[in-house]
Design a protein around this ligand. Structure first.
Ligand code: NAG
Ligand code: NAG
Ligand code: NAG
Ligand code: NAG
Ligand code: NAG
Ligand code: NAG
Ligand code: NAG
Length: 496
């Protein structure tokens, strides 16, 4: 009885611990649809009839520390130019024009595109540019299939589009996350249906067709309301400005979720194939694979993945072959719905070495990931990212994979050597291609190791008891034993 109370208390603590915020894993693609909802029907007297329109949408997916624009911030040169492009439309007045006619004028979004490009390639604070094409969007048009890509490190989206013609008024979204932090899953769809007008703070004209009147010095980005600052939007009889449009993100690459019943053992056999004969370019002395870290988990967890930044644990494995940090990292994610087990092996000599590990999988924790360093090397590794042992026809029998080399994006270096300069800013994990100028580029497509997963026996309550109760615990009754092991598991869960 006392024990039960204690266990319940522990469990309460344990479940509390995972109501925290979660990162979404890997990469997710979305199709964005923009619906314009700006006309003199919806915004009587607050629409520059008949030529009111939006400029092509420009934006980016980015990290938390950066946003294209923010309320209360000064507009960057790029955002200013997009917002002010309205004045060129004002110059063109009511003439019907095409966006290509405007291309002879200073390109409105080129500064912003350059800013974003700089963020992507140099400071690595943004991931992918988002753009809706080169055509202006009329007030009630719908633009579909705008490509958006977010990743674990860059889950936010910001976009701008000018309200044209206008002094420096624009609309858009700032720092919208496509990750549901309470579940750690990418949103299936996400709609923003209130899009308000903003003032870039760079031109103080008060009407859509006001002549150019730069604010000196520039002010801050602020929301336009029906009361401030003085704009044509004050002419609306409504107390709030109706939304200017709608943005709908729909996920393209939803994970398929197979379900398999029961709990199974699998063996994981890792075999080294890397040899001087097969991989002659720069063959290092002491070539080997570092101790493997293997995890079984659900789709909500990723040990590592293409196009995302390496965790500190993955960096340690890739750079030094040290598995401890990663092992602890995975252990910390050991909770229902995330990681169910983590294993580590010894190092593996090459060529010819191998290691065999028995792992356990079950419904909703049917994926396996592993990693080991190609040693010595700067930050090169081989591994498996979230291979699902549960298929459409149930638990898979056997699977062999040829492992090809990856770069963790954390350390520079061209040769099979340790101790190089850190990559700054840190890059994302990428497959090493034959384009790479490093020694390993020549081996980009040559198998470094194979891994074979083979299904073993089903785990029943009885097999579990016999495999976990070893001869060192002969006196325990099965009931007491399972109570103790559950308690130990609970303690483990709390400590990690
Ligand atoms: C929109 O406004 C213009 C001028 O202000 C007017 O000529 C036109 O009829 C209006 N259109 C609608 C649909 O109300
Ligand atoms: C806006 O574009 C849509 C779709 O291209 C078209 O059906 C509509 O007539 C256009 N409206 C105006 C005012 O040009
Ligand atoms: C986020 O996930 C939680 C937990 O699964 C769910 O209850 C909630 O509805 C989700 N939110 C959105 C916006 O999808
Ligand atoms: C706009 O700014 C300019 C220069 O800063 C100033 O001369 C002008 O009076 C301002 N106009 C309004 C309407 O605030
Ligand atoms: C797998 O787990 C899910 C969620 O707990 C459950 O809804 C489903 O019925 C399970 N499927 C099988 C085959 O056990
Ligand atoms: C590798 O080079 C080829 C042409 O030499 C190019 O088409 C390809 O995109 C490059 N791949 C990568 C990943 O850079
Ligand atoms: C390596 O594989 C890629 C993709 O499969 C292929 O495009 C490339 O040509 C291959 N390179 C070599 C050197 O075989």
């Amino acid at each position: 009885m006392v024990g039960t109370v204690w266990l319940v208390a522990l469990f309460g603590f344990f479940s509390e611990a995972y109501s925290a915020n979660y990162e979404c894993q890997g990469v997710a693609q979305y199709g964005l649809t923009f619906y314009g909802m700006w006309s003199n029907m919806t915004h009587p007297n607050a629409f520059p009839f008949p030529s009111g329109r939006f400029s092509p949408l420009v934006g980016a997916s980015h990290e938390s520390a950066y946003s294209l624009w923010m309320s209360g911030m000064k507009a960057s040169q790029g955002v200013k130019n997009v917002a002010e492009m309205g004045k060129f439309l004002a110059i063109l007045k009511e003439r019907e024009f095409t966006f290509s006619a405007m291309l002879s004028l200073p390109a409105p979004s080129s500064d912003l595109k350059q800013e974003i490009m700089q963020r992507i390639t140099s400071t690595k604070t943004a991931w992918k540019q988002i753009k809706s094409g080169n055509m202006a969007i009329n007030g009630t048009e719908r633009v579909m299939n705008i490509e958006v890509e977010v990743t674990k490190d860059f889950p936010y989206v910001s976009l701008v589009t000018m309200l044209a013609p206008s002094p420096d008024w624009f609309t858009g979204i700032m720092k919208v996350s496509l990750c549901n932090a309470s579940s750690g899953m990418w949103m299936d769809s996400w709609t923003i249906d209130d899009i308000q007008p903003w003032d870039a703070g760079t031109d103080n004209g008060t009407t859509f067709r006001a002549t150019d009147n730069p604010t000196m010095p520039p002010g801050y980005i602020s929301m336009i309301t029906t009361t401030a600052p003085p704009t044509d939007f004050m002419k609306l009889s409504a107390s709030a400005i109706p939304s200017l449009g709608k943005m709908m993100f729909v996920r393209q690459n939803k994970p398929t979720m197979n379900q398999c019943s029961g709990m199974y053992y699998y063996t994981v056999k890792f075999e080294a194939k890397w040899s001087q004969a097969t991989h002659p370019n720069g063959w290092p002395s002491g070539a080997h694979f570092s101790p493997l870290v293997i995890a079984t988990h659900s789709y909500k967890y990723k040990m590592w993945s293409d196009m995302t930044k390496a965790s500190p644990g993955v960096e340690k494995v890739a750079e030094d072959g040290a598995e401890g940090t990663l092992y602890n990292e995975v252990n910390m994610m050991k909770k229902p719905g995330f990681v169910s087990n983590v294993y580590k092996t010894g190092g593996v000599s090459t060529p010819g070495g191998h290691t065999i590990t028995k792992i356990m999988v079950q419904n909703m924790s049917s994926m396996v990931s592993l990693i080991t360093m190609i040693a010595p090397s700067p930050d090169w590794f081989v591994g498996v990212d979230s291979y699902d042992l549960c298929g459409i026809n149930g638990w898979k029998e056997t699977m062999t994979m040829n492992l090809l080399p990856w770069d963790a994006g954390t350390e520079n270096g061209q040769t099979y050597n340790l101790n190089n300069r850190a990559t700054d800013p840190v890059d994302v994990i990428m497959r090493i291609t034959s384009n790479s100028s490093s020694q390993i580029g020549a081996h980009a497509n040559i198998t470094f190791a194979t891994v074979t997963f083979t299904r073993g026996e089903m785990i029943t309550t009885t097999t579990e008891r016999t495999t976990t109760t070893d001869s060192s615990a002969p006196g325990l009754s099965p009931g007491l034993f399972s109570f103790l092991s559950i308690s130990l598991l609970a303690i483990f869960g709390v400590l990690y």
